[in-house]
Write a protein that binds this ligand. Structure first.
Ligand SMILES: C[S@@+](CC[C@H](N)C(=O)[O-])C[C@H]1O[C@@H](n2cnc3c(N)ncnc32)[C@H](O)[C@@H]1O
Length: 232
């Protein structure tokens, strides 16, 4: 979806270049075990809390082992590997080749690469049929216009649960964004993009989805809304 202020192809190119470069180092150390600053270590801890909750919700859906799950925007593969270790089959897709390579390397080390299909692809273009779709801390990089477009592709790939995160609109955070993020100017739009509740409800309703569970996860500098949605 493109509008005068948002061009989907440009946005994807910018995210791909960021996550293949500076962003790869930044996020690989947050998701790894490097020593971190206080700010980043709260992001690591908040992310771990989010993943534990998401995994608990997924298991509660009763999906049998062997089910096929899409991890859209798999990053360094933390959730992919957890799923594969639990006996699920996973497609791990990410727009950044560096991220997919890291996921493959760690899945091989963990002895579960055989349960995983690796793909360099975007959440807008990835295809297939899955028993569930998960997408964590990816849609947070999309403004409302791009969010709806990317999310509708993901929603079309499963009749089962979709578990994802987004950044809910919050006035204080909006103010912090307005005064400037800690990203270089050209990559500012890779920072968090907030979605208003009304917009989220509109997207879910247009796609025939209902909220099964939602939980705000706030831990230091990590703020996200974890959602479990399913067909009505
Ligand atoms: C903050 S990381 C989250 C990684 C992982 N989901 C996790 O929670 O551990 C964001 C990831 O989304 C990927 N990404 C960003 N835009 C994407 C897009 N349009 N399609 C697929 N992946 C994308 C980035 O390359 C990066 O690996």
């Amino acid at each position: 979806m493109s509008s005068p202020s948002f061009n989907v192809e440009e946005h994807k190119k910018m995210l791909q270049s960021y996550f293949n470069g500076q962003g790869f180092q930044r996020w690989a150390s947050i998701y790894g075990d490097d020593k971190l600053s206080t700010v980043r270590s709260t992001v690591r801890q908040g992310h771990a809390v989010m993943m534990d909750k998401a995994f608990e919700w997924l298991q509660k859906t009763g999906l049998p082992k062997g089910s096929k799950i899409l991890d859209a925007g798999c990053g360094t593969g933390l959730f992919t590997i957890r799923l594969a270790k639990s006996g699920y089959r996973v497609k791990a897709a990410d727009i950044a080749e560096q991220m997919v390579n890291k996921t493959r390397e760690d899945a091989e080390k963990a002895g579960v690469a055989g349960n995983v299909e690796f793909e360099v692809n975007s959440i807008e273009s990835v295809s297939g049929t899955f028993d569930a779709v998960v997408c964590f801390d990816v849609l947070i990089h999309y403004p409302a216009e791009g969010f709806a477009h990317a999310f509708s592709n993901l929603a079309g790939l499963t009749k089962g649960p979709i578990i994802f995160t987004y950044a809910p609109f919050n006035n204080i955070l909006a103010f912090q964004h307005w005064i400037g993020g800690f990203f270089p100017k050209k990559e500012r739009r890779t920072t968090i993009q907030m979605i208003k509740d009304k917009e989220m409800q509109r997207v879910l309703s247009e796609l025939g989805l209902k909220i099964v569970s939602q939980q705000k996860i706030s831990f230091g500098f990590y703020h996200t809304m974890l959602m479990h949605v399913a067909r009505r």
